[in-house]
Design a protein around this ligand. Sequence first.
Ligand code: GDP
Length: 457
Amino acid sequence: MLSLDTIVAPATPPGEGGVGIVRLSGPRAVDFLGTTFRGNTTITRMESHRLYYGKLFNSDEERVDEVLAVIMRAPRSYTGEDVVEIHCHGGTQILRSVLDLFLKAGARMAGPGEFTQRAFLNGRLDLAQAEAVIGVIKARSERASRVALDQLDGHLSQKIYKFSEQLKQSLALLEAHIDFPDDEVGALDLPGLLAPLRKISLQVDTLVGSFDVGRVLREGVNVLILGRPNVGKSSLMNAILGESRAIVNEIAGTTRDTLEEQLVLAGFPVRLVDAAGVRDTDDPVEQEGVRRAREKAAVADLVLMVVDGSCPLTGQDILALELCRPDNTLVVVNKSDQAQNCDLERLVGFPCRVSVSAKYSLGLDDLSEAILGLLKGGAASSEGEEGVVVTERRHRDALLLTKAALKELLASAEDSAPLECLAMDLREALSALGLITGETTPDEILDQIFSQFCVGK
Ligand code: GDP
């Protein structure tokens, strides 16, 4: 698909910066540069993928900015079309003026994600790769960006194409036996046909499983710090962050609202939330805090349930504990610097425990290790097939559809169903795989995906 119009947008975020970039793509991009740019080299002699210094002028011959310009000629460009990028000064007004020059020349303002959409439509990227572009931009940890870059490189797509290729071969074989009687193509080796499909079904399963890690990498882990007032939740949050953000106060129940902090723990982006103290109270502000803590505990990936190791458990500790699930709760026994006098044996069913002193920053390495252990246990540390991680819910859903179709096929084969039925299931599995790479994705879903991009990408 080659576009008729030429689009333009700032490629750098709004605000002030050293450099601002305006990007054009389309058949007239180079022409538009020619009408405004004056440098030592004329536009026609400019080499592709080389920066040239010059000045931009408007139609009144007034200088707009001093810039560097680069032409990236089709098809060796991001969109597959002629692309021009202008590196100008990074000021709001300058960027606006440069943009205006090209809009006046006849370019159209690009919609969100339109450059990437063109790259997809021109076959420069498949849909999974295009989605990875957002993943790379939005990555909040090194590990998340590595996984997104792998997806952009096509690691996931290659897997999907490999599956599709196998399914297409099996389908061709089936159709040959449907179309021609046995005596022409020989008897169908059904076990031979099913074996690779069984293998694919298992591989699809592994990929689906990798979404647990993928989701966490993409969205981050929600870690909730929970416990009755005064056990040291704020102190723990501060100790973990290594800075004094949360308010530490000796009066019970001072951490009324929830406080949130972002950090990276062993490559996982983590959102650390300090919940309000949990206890029965008549204070309406506190009750609201408790209600919120209850809600947060229900959706947290991990709960750090803090107790005071220096004194016996109270009814309030037990109340807080009742909000927790044993499989995602780490009991943090705080105040290890003091004589220990806590009846921890009452915490039956909560085997994950670690002893720390938030105040004196003791035991924090053990804490990190225990948190990671739980995250890995819960979010299945294993990456999928050959390190491929599924990060998009949409891809996970398509893989589940693929798996369901293959399961149906294997069950039908078991029941000696007609070959037409098996072929139908295979077509369904193929179509589900095509949703990931974009071959069978409906237009409205495509529009929805690209509308999540920022303008200029
Ligand atoms: P929160 O209400 O659970 O958030 O508890 P805070 O973090 O406000 O702490 C309550 C009190 O316990 C404060 O006086 C802290 O200094 C003290 N505290 C917190 N952690 C420790 C610790 O590890 N050791 C000792 N000795 N005191 C602590």
